[in-house]
Design a protein around this ligand. Structure first.
Ligand SMILES: Nc1ncnc2c1ncn2[C@@H]1O[C@H](COP(=O)(O)OP(=O)(O)OP(=O)(O)O)[C@@H](O)[C@H]1O
Length: 704
């Protein structure tokens, strides 16, 4: 049994991807989505011990060993190998001096012993389980099935028209036969009328078929892509936190490949299969001997095409991985062009990209190498097929077993038979490919949506928040970012969270704002446990301003409203609170002024203020802000914060600068995921050593 390739979705997921491949091989069909949901991905990835624990939970008993490359053949395959001192790969098998490696970042590769030795870091994790599990054919995901089933009617109609057009073309050989065999007494006019009628009906049927096909394609596209985007929008925030954007976009694009293969190819396959039976029947009815020759030729064609498809699948899988990486590099380059320029790192980035692109080219060439032989043979056979039939047909005419017309007709039917056979093998090829695309899409489609099954709507939410022994960790194996935190925040209180970098301030804020689900403990809003609240409607009570202030391309108005309905007065009020009124007034188009994508044409502080206006416009009852004013000067910061403080809302702010700290009702001091101090600024200065330290080193001494 082969190891099923599992691609890692982010840089630190190689350990988890290797664990997925091992579990899938030895114990149970799993995909990385399931393991990711269960264990998460710690910063810096998994170590061998943690991978071993995951395997054990799934019934794969494993052992780690330190071993040099020369002795690695004694380890039972597949096993996990430590790679370049920073990565994990699965060694699928070792055949003589060739090592078959499944790299979760790069796909399946064959390495010479020397190349293996160069990368192998002399540590392995192997399974002591006996043999592999039995594998059943996997079921296609429901969303994909639904997308097709929803358009069942249209599918049947399109299929019927395709069938009709095939039927019309099936008549052609018989017409040719009667023209040749009855040429002496041919009723010229009726033949001509018949032919014109045939051409006209073929044309009309095909025209309708093409239109139906396009309609079917667009409908399936819409359902498939619509479902994916809908699913993406309903995934929890944590899904996006560590994922690369290029990778996600590539996964989303898998939709159109899947549709192309499903609609264009599978439809063809269904018809071809049906017509194969018809053709075989007709051929044997016309001439047994020629029919047998055709079947032999076809068997050779199918054999070669299957080999071709299998080779292609492997190459395409690997090709997709490098293509995604290229896209990622370009994405990062464009997003971080300032850093590239500032650090003068053109060559480094270019080298990175061109190395990756080089691999892409090598794969393209390998593909061409194989297909120049394997695609060429079927094509050549197809071209020479009529010659073979005419050769044997000639002998039959001589022995008067067949007429010339019958040989010509047989040859045409034979060619018609070969075409669907070739298309079946081509579709088989594509179907192997679709699996690769589906697996990539399933990462999105099979991830659980954010839960929303609460019973309380909390329409009159006051802004009270309580945390009871809350712990949150980014992954099962990483240290908790928030440890056993209990906290009570009263309506309209103004709270600041302070602490050293990495102490868990942002994480605590996100947990309070319900962006991250807690691992243990409870979060209460107005004394109602968060799991019992209808999140969809409740979310509008929470306003969140995060560090990354993303603006969309559109006007000021559009960026603040974000599709929600508010009056012009409400819009102006939010602009005033964010102290944007002067800026907006300075533009001739006011709130209709265009903001470019990501707000590139505005300063960081201006972007922050648009983000604040966007949050306060909905008059949330609790406002969570992660360093919302880091880009503002002291005076603007004071104005904005004073405006926010006046709002009838609970305000919780992660603050690096302590310049306004004395104005908060309560300050929470964090250290290593725990609350180490809680009280007013004055109280903490007297009682909390950690706070005193922070205050002393604060860049901006307090203004009292
Ligand atoms: N997306 C993530 N995945 C894994 N670990 C994370 C992630 N984000 C933060 N962490 C880890 O969680 C811990 C707390 O991080 P957090 O961002 O909450 O700290 P912070 O106090 O807000 O830091 P800063 O002031 O530098 O923003 C850190 O150890 C950090 O490495």
């Amino acid at each position: 049994m082969k190891v099923r390739f599992q691609q890692q979705s982010e840089h630190s997921e190689c350990g988890l991807a290797c664990a997925t491949m091992m579990i899938d091989y030895f114990a149970k069909k799993v995909n990385i989505v399931e393991l990711r949901e269960k264990y998460g991905v710690p910063n810096g990835g998994y170590n061998l011990f943690q991978i071993g624990s995951v395997l054990e939970e799934y019934g794969v008993v494993s052992k780690a060993a330190r071993i040099n490359a020369e002795s690695v053949q004694s380890i039972p395959t597949p096993f996990i190998a430590f790679w370049d001192l920073k990565h994990f790969v699965v060694v699928e098998k070792i055949i003589r001096k060739t090592i078959h490696v499944v790299d979760p970042a790069l796909g399946k590769r064959k390495l010479s012993f020397e190349a293996f030795k160069e990368h192998f870091s002399e540590v392995v994790l192997y399974s002591t389980n006996d043999g592999h599990r039995s594998r059943k054919i996997s079921k296609i995901n429901n969303t994909l099935k639904e997308s097709v089933l929803e358009n069942k009617k249209l599918l049947v109609v399109t299929l019927s028209f395709s069938l009709l057009s095939h039927c019309v073309s099936l008549l052609i050989p018989f017409v040719i036969q009667s023209i040749i065999d009855s040429s002496a007494k041919m009723p010229f006019q009726s033949f001509l009328i018949g032919i014109i009628l045939m051409i006209a009906s073929y044309f009309v049927i095909n025209m309708v078929k093409i239109r139906l096909l396009v309609r079917l394609q667009t409908r399936i596209d819409k359902t498939l892509l619509g479902n994916t985007i809908h699913q993406l929008l309903h995934l929890p925030y944590s899904y996006f936190v560590n994922r690369s954007k290029g990778e996600l976009i590539y996964r989303i694009n898998s939709n159109s490949y899947i549709r192309q293969i499903l609609v264009d190819q599978v439809l063809e396959l269904a018809l071809s299969l049906l017509f194969l039976v018809v053709y075989i029947f007709i051929m044997f009815w016309m001439n047994m001997f020629l029919a047998l020759i055709t079947i032999i030729i076809v068997s050779i064609l199918i054999g070669i095409s299957i080999i071709n498809a299998r080779i292609n699948q492997k190459i395409v899988q690997n090709q997709m991985v490098v293509m995604t990486k290229s896209q990622d590099i370009v994405n990062e380059m464009i997003n971080n062009i300032f850093t590239v320029k500032a650090t003068n790192s053109y060559e480094y980035i270019y080298k990175n990209w061109s190395e990756n692109f080089g691999q892409q080219i090598i794969m393209e060439r390998t593909k061409a190498k194989y297909s120049s032989i394997l695609t060429n043979i079927p094509n050549s056979i197809q071209s020479f097929y009529p010659l073979i039939i005419f050769f044997f047909g000639y002998l039959m005419i001589q022995s008067q077993e067949m007429t010339l017309g019958a040989v010509v007709a047989f040859s045409s039917i034979g060619v018609m038979f070969l075409t669907p056979v070739l298309s079946i093998t081509n579709v088989y090829n594509q179907l192997l490919m679709i699996k690769v695309y589906i697996d990539r899409l399933l990462d999105i489609l099979e991830t659980k949506q954010e839960r929303d099954d609460g019973e309380f709507t909390l329409e009159n939410y006051t802004g009270k928040i309580d945390l009871e022994n809350v712990t949150y960790r980014y992954s099962r194996f990483s240290e908790a970012a928030i440890k056993n935190v209990s906290l009570s925040i009263q309506p309209h209180q103004k709270i600041a969270i302070v602490g050293a970098s990495g102490s868990g301030k942002s994480t605590l804020l996100k947990v309070m704002a319900n962006l991250f689900p807690v691992e243990s403990g409870k979060v209460y809003y107005d004394d109602v446990e968060h799991e019992k609240i209808v999140l969809k409607t409740f979310r509008k009570n929470l306003g969140i301003v995060l560090q990354e202030n993303i603006l969309f391309s559109g006007t000021f108005r559009e960026n603040i409203l974000m599709g929600r309905k508010f009056t012009d007065d409400e819009l102006l009020r939010s602009i005033q609170i964010a102290n944007l009124d002067e800026l907006v007034a300075s533009f001739p188009l006011g709130v209709e002024t265009k903001i470019s994508e990501n707000g590139q044409n505005f300063s960081g502080g201006q972007r922050q203020r648009v983000s604040i206006a966007r949050t306060v416009i909905s008059q949330p009852k609790a406002i969570f802000m992660d360093e919302p004013t880091s880009g503002l000067d002291n005076i603007t910061e004071k104005i904005v914060m004073a405006n926010i403080f006046k709002l009838p809302a609970t305000v919780i702010v992660v603050a690096h600068r302590l310049s306004m700290i004395a104005e908060f009702d309560k300050v929470i001091v964090m250290e290593a995921g725990k609350i180490v101090g809680e009280g007013t600024h004055q109280e903490l200065l007297e009682t909390c050593q950690e706070y005193q330290k922070l205050y002393k080193i604060s860049e901006y001494p307090i203004v009292l």
